[in-house]
Design a protein around this ligand. Structure first.
Ligand SMILES: Cc1cc2nc3c(=O)[nH]c(=O)nc-3n(C[C@H](O)[C@H](O)[C@H](O)COP(=O)(O)O)c2cc1C
Length: 304
């Protein structure tokens, strides 16, 4: 484990210890001002997910394994996440076998984390288990439709985020791979996902072997609207995107790609209309094959 990960793990452990003692002291000696002060300090430290302040995506991992025991503990804890009807409409496929990682890699455009991480987690929207449960219990499921996919995908993504938060607390590194929904059929085939199971997220997981700097964020007022949606003026955009556009790395991105603006790097290179439309078609086809969309959508002409 690298130094940064160790520090995060020690910080997390310290929080647990402070929390434990502050609870004991609260019960035993709450009349002593010193302990009260200590308790307030401890509660303040524990009341907020401190690791969120320093979280970042990790794309390089040491060769140390992530134990099955630790992963199972996190899987169980993350299951406290809210889900639709408390049905837990998700499944997680754990990949450790290098051969299967090799097979998954092309679906993720061969991003090196897929083969470089000790563990790859594919989180799926899953109505297969619930539908089978219904059939086993003389109930007729009606979940082969798009609404059910959105519900199951919501469950799966919320579960994924809780897992990420728990991994942060453990000092584990992870990277979310959005490519999961770009060429899902390849993932469905490799992992042999049955109908009504759709991959929606992938996390590559391991002990961090890098300490990248924190990425920027838009100011809070740029995305919070009071009472009604306040549509943006050009001046708002100038203010909200100023920092992002003037980061040296982003200015360099613009220069080396021969673009005029950072936005053009996104629209013309990173996430283009052509790619988005082609990948949308793949996604729709996969949703049809997994029974979440009717075959008729493949022939439907969409006019805007
Ligand atoms: C929906 C989604 C898709 C993402 N896809 C990828 C990906 O395919 N490859 C990758 O390296 N990072 C991916 N990321 C990670 C983002 O690049 C990263 O979260 C973002 O740049 C902010 O950096 P940070 O996580 O270090 O704060 C994805 C994150 C999300 C939420």
């Amino acid at each position: 484990m690298r130094f940064g990960a160790k520090v995060r793990k020690i910080e997390s452990r310290t929080k647990q210890i402070i929390h434990f003692f502050s609870f004991r002291l609260k019960k035993q000696s709450s009349s002593f001002p010193f302990w009260k002060t200590y308790r307030i300090f401890a509660e303040e430290k524990c009341s907020k997910m401190k690791n969120l302040d320093t979280r970042r995506s990790i794309r390089k991992y040491t060769s140390s394994d992530v134990s099955e025991e630790l992963l199972n503990k996190l899987f169980t804890q993350a299951a406290r996440t809210q889900t639709m009807g408390n049905l837990q409409l998700y499944s997680v496929v754990v990949t450790r076998d290098p051969k299967i990682k090799e097979q998954l890699a092309p679906a993720h455009f061969n991003q090196p984390m897929v083969t470089g991480a000790p563990v790859v987690l594919t989180i799926c929207a899953d109505f297969n288990r619930t539908s089978f449960w219904a059939r086993c219990r003389n109930a007729e499921p009606g979940y082969d439709n798009f609404l059910s996919f959105i519900n199951a995908a919501t469950d799966a993504l919320l579960y994924t985020q809780t897992l990420c938060n728990l991994m942060d607390e453990e000092g584990l590194g992870y990277c979310y791979l959005g490519t999961t929904v770009y060429q899902p059929q390849q993932i469905i085939d490799v992992l042999q996902l049955p109908k009504l199971v759709m991959p929606v997220a992938t996390l590559t997981v391991g002990w961090p072997d890098e300490e990248p700097s924190l990425s920027d964020r838009l100011p809070t007022e740029s995305f919070v609207h009071q009472e009604r949606y306040n549509d943006y003026l050009g001046q708002d955009i100038d203010n909200y995107y100023f920092n992002k556009e003037h980061l040296p790395e982003n200015e360099q991105f613009v220069r080396i790609n021969n673009k005029e603006t950072l936005a053009q790097v996104f629209t013309d290179i990173r996430y283009t209309r052509k790619d988005n439309e082609a990948l949308s078609a793949e996604l729709i086809k996969a949703l049809v094959r997994q029974d979440f969309l009717p075959h008729t959508v493949l022939n439907a002409k969409v006019s805007k």
